[in-house]
Design a protein around this ligand. Sequence first.
Ligand SMILES: Cc1cc2nc3c(=O)[nH]c(=O)nc-3n(C[C@H](O)[C@H](O)[C@H](O)COP(=O)(O)OP(=O)(O)OC[C@H]3O[C@@H](n4cnc5c(N)ncnc54)[C@H](O)[C@@H]3O)c2cc1C
Ligand SMILES: NC(=O)c1ccc[n+]([C@@H]2O[C@H](COP(=O)([O-])OP(=O)(O)OC[C@H]3O[C@@H](n4cnc5c(N)ncnc54)[C@H](O)[C@@H]3O)[C@@H](O)[C@H]2O)c1
Length: 454
Amino acid sequence: MDLAIVGSGSGNSLLTPFWDGKQVAIAESGVFGGTCLNVGCIPTKMFVRPAQLARTWQEAEKLGIQLPPGRADFAAIRDRIFARIDPISAGGLDYRQQADNVRLLGRVQLLDEHTLLTEEGEKIHAEQIVLAAGSSPVLPDIEGIDLPGVHTSDTIMRIEQPRRLLVIGAGFIACEFASIFAGLGTEVTQLVRGDKLLKYLDEEICEAFNTQVDWDVKLHAEPRSIAAGPQGLSVRTEAGTFTADAVLVATGRRPNTEFTAPAGLDLHPDGRLQVDQFQRVMRSGEPVPGLYALGDISSEQQLKHAANHQARVVAHNLEHPGDLREVSEADIPAAVFTHPEIAHIGLTEAQARAEIGEHATAKTQKYADTAYGWAMEDEQGLFKVVADKRDGRILGAHVLGYEAANLIQPLVTAMNLGIDAHTLARGQYWIHPALMEVAENALLGLEVPESGRL
Ligand SMILES: Cc1cc2nc3c(=O)[nH]c(=O)nc-3n(C[C@H](O)[C@H](O)[C@H](O)COP(=O)(O)OP(=O)(O)OC[C@H]3O[C@@H](n4cnc5c(N)ncnc54)[C@H](O)[C@@H]3O)c2cc1C
Ligand SMILES: NC(=O)c1ccc[n+]([C@@H]2O[C@H](COP(=O)([O-])OP(=O)(O)OC[C@H]3O[C@@H](n4cnc5c(N)ncnc54)[C@H](O)[C@@H]3O)[C@@H](O)[C@H]2O)c1
């Protein structure tokens, strides 16, 4: 083989026309297409949109429009989503099966940098290998975790709508599903081990999010056990026992590295593979030529746009071993598609103050204080920018509210392309009275040097 790829998620995008006519193997132990397509970003966001629509009657009422509260047909939504997604996965698999030069394998082990071992005991030799095997949910080791009705993100989207749902965890996945099911009419109780949801956020945004969510949250409620009874599934915690028809466990994801154990590769303390700036996998502190990794198996941020960028770098490096390209060191933005929505990039205000002390400046602009915010009668939205007073360098941006994931993008552009805060604010026209003016106003509120632009 010229190339073997483990994982058909982001790994599947590596097969550019360069590989036509060369011998390639793709190993996939699960559903073709990986997490994002089948059980991750795409189906979740296809549930987020109807959950948002089901909530619009509340905003409409504020503006003088009486709409009936949204009533979701969960089964129809679920079936529509998977009727669209499942054929894409099946089509992707079929396309690879039809290709003369591609061999499809099931679960494999990595024996060394050139050898995979299939479950049937066949050794596959490849000149170059890419490890793109992703990550899997981590489950707490408690009694009842394997009861029917206890789900992870891998299964929760295919169930019948529960009347009551318990969500365990306080991260991205737990919050997004709590928001989806609450929007679609399920009674959601989120059980949180610590004292807040999404604790890694900028403090001000975190506090606003925690006070604005429209489902029930129980803090200091680490699960001890789960039991099935006549009323449903009961989760016992130090804050009491909670009962529902289904339980979602969203307590983190672990990189899938077990299959690489025979090859003795270097791991970070959090379990992901160590890679160098060219995405080459490390062993005994040295990069292994021709062995690459990308995506959740080696990324600090388990995000699809990070995996996609790394896949472009790896695709180049596989094709040009004598002209390796480095992965970008730019800050990676992220969004949490909850109600309210959140987006962020770079340093929080507290992190900036810890790094540069009094040189840090921050400005939070409320959506409510812009013209479009008046039109929306918005009471929730916040747009925060963190910068360095000395040169106006933008260090971070944190947005909470309507369309946060879209509204943050100019700040991502500025940070990635090195545009300072005043130049970003005054170096362009901002359409009036679009909601995007909230970013302009936040930028103009920072204590930063003027760029000379008016
Ligand atoms: C519920 C959920 C929502 C998400 N939402 C977002 C979002 O909105 N935005 C965002 O940016 N990110 C989101 N993510 C994260 C995103 O899905 C992942 O970062 C991304 O899909 C990782 O891609 P990957 O190519 O590394 O791995 P995957 O797409 O997981 O591909 C790895 C594949 O390798 C296979 N595999 C594993 N071991 C072996 C083996 N030994 N042999 C053969 N095959 C093997 C697996 O079956 C899997 O199909 C979400 C994740 C989840 C779970
Ligand atoms: N919109 C997005 O971009 C998006 C959406 C979903 C997932 N993701 C990616 O997937 C990754 C994994 O998401 P996640 O939410 O599973 O992980 P996470 O690490 O963000 O959150 C895990 C949560 O589980 C809690 N927890 C851990 N062990 C526990 C235990 N024993 N009992 C109770 N609580 C426990 C933690 O305190 C934390 O709140 C994210 O880091 C993110 O990169 C991204």
